[in-house]
Ligand binder design. Structure first.
Ligand code: SF4
Length: 330
């Protein structure tokens, strides 16, 4: 591993950013995706992928209970995420308005590429839009994401630039790219004035063409190169349960915050302690709570909701609280 690269990235990070570090949770809205064929994606392995977007939506009370848990545990919301065409415009706006009643900070929207009319409609309610680029190498991209060309994301970002809507991207490391492709990522970030990037290490799903994720060192070097080229960019780095010991390296490579691992499932466990230890090792201040139980009584947060929905959110919250968080949390 190139230690100078990591040290250089860490110094640039400290000159330009706060030492505070948060866990960021992506709020997943639906099991539907009209594409369904990206070769690394879990959705592509599901023969019985739900073909009706109405049936694939998570219930509003489940989503809202999860948003409330995120708020109470000082987790940030990474973005609201769902497959292509999983919600109608009206449904999504109504859901985002409800989310904002609990979590007033505007969220990034990662729901596939959006046209101008959709961007106009969502703009008042969102922080910006995320383009799931996945890989910047054009040959790999065509092969791995046959139904979602990069040009669609580029078109969306051109419109976003015209409309002054913030732009972020996601990149998966380990799909076959090499460091020779870094200049393409750099050009893309510059051209579309990207404000935030989320990196993930490939998590190979059974029945896909992939069997192995990238080494932590290689993954961290992508983050470090990005930090060095863009000292002010916001960088989020994903890690999985089996890879948590890489977190201190990812932070020293210049990531602002961490994401992706199953925070509710791991809450209060030895894994959660590992995360906190890793953040300390990187000499960052961990502001999110992965161990101490949140409030049990949440009624005061739900006063804006009608009674019927309020009761359902409380039921879901109690289910998460009793079955998951309480298992190991203090
Ligand atoms: S568009 Fe996204 S959710 Fe749909 S198959 Fe591709 S990676 Fe999976």
């Amino acid at each position: 591993m190139d230690r100078d690269l990591i040290d250089n990235a860490n110094s640039l990070f400290l000159e330009n950013h706060s030492e505070e570090c948060f866990f960021e949770r992506a709020i997943f809205l639906s099991w539907y995706c009209s594409k369904g064929d990206c070769r690394f994606c879990w959705m592509s392995t599901q023969k019985n992928l739900i073909r009706d977007p109405k049936k694939a939506k998570r219930r509003p009370e489940t989503i809202l209970a999860e948003v409330l848990i995120s708020k109470l545990l000082d987790w940030k919301i990474e973005f609201l995420s769902g497959g292509y065409e999983s919600y109608t415009q009206d449904e999504l706006i109504s859901l985002i308005k409800n989310i904002n009643l609990i979590y007033p900070e505007k969220c990034w929207l990662n729901m596939g590429t959006l046209n101008k009319e959709e961007l106009i409609a969502y703009r008042p309610y969102i922080k910006g839009v995320t383009g799931a680029v996945e890989t910047i190498n054009p040959v790999l991209h065509t092969h791995l994401c046959p139904s979602k060309p990069l040009s669609d994301i580029e078109m969306m970002f051109d419109i976003c630039k015209e409309m002054d809507i913030d732009r972020s991207i996601t990149i998966i490391i380990g799909l076959g790219e090499t460091f020779d492709d870094f200049f393409l990522l750099k050009k893309f970030i510059e051209k579309y004035e990207i404000q935030r990037i989320t990196f993930y290490a490939l998590n190979p799903h059974k029945n896909t063409i992939f069997t192995k994720g990238p080494d932590s060192e290689y993954y961290a070097e992508w983050i470090a190169k990005t930090r060095i080229s863009f000292p002010k960019l916001e960088i989020v780095a994903g890690s999985w349960t089996e890879r948590l010991s890489e977190i201190n390296l990812l932070l020293r490579a210049g990531a602002n915050s961490i994401t992706k691992f199953k925070s509710i499932k791991l809450f209060g466990s030895s894994y959660a302690k590992t995360v906190a230890d890793q953040v300390s090792l990187a000499k960052r201040e961990f502001k999110s709570n992965l161990t101490r139980l949140p409030e049990k009584d949440i009624t005061k947060y739900l006063y804006p909701f009608p009674d019927e929905l309020k009761i359902k959110i409380i039921e879901k919250y109690n289910m998460y609280y009793n079955n998951r968080l309480k298992k190991n949390g203090k």
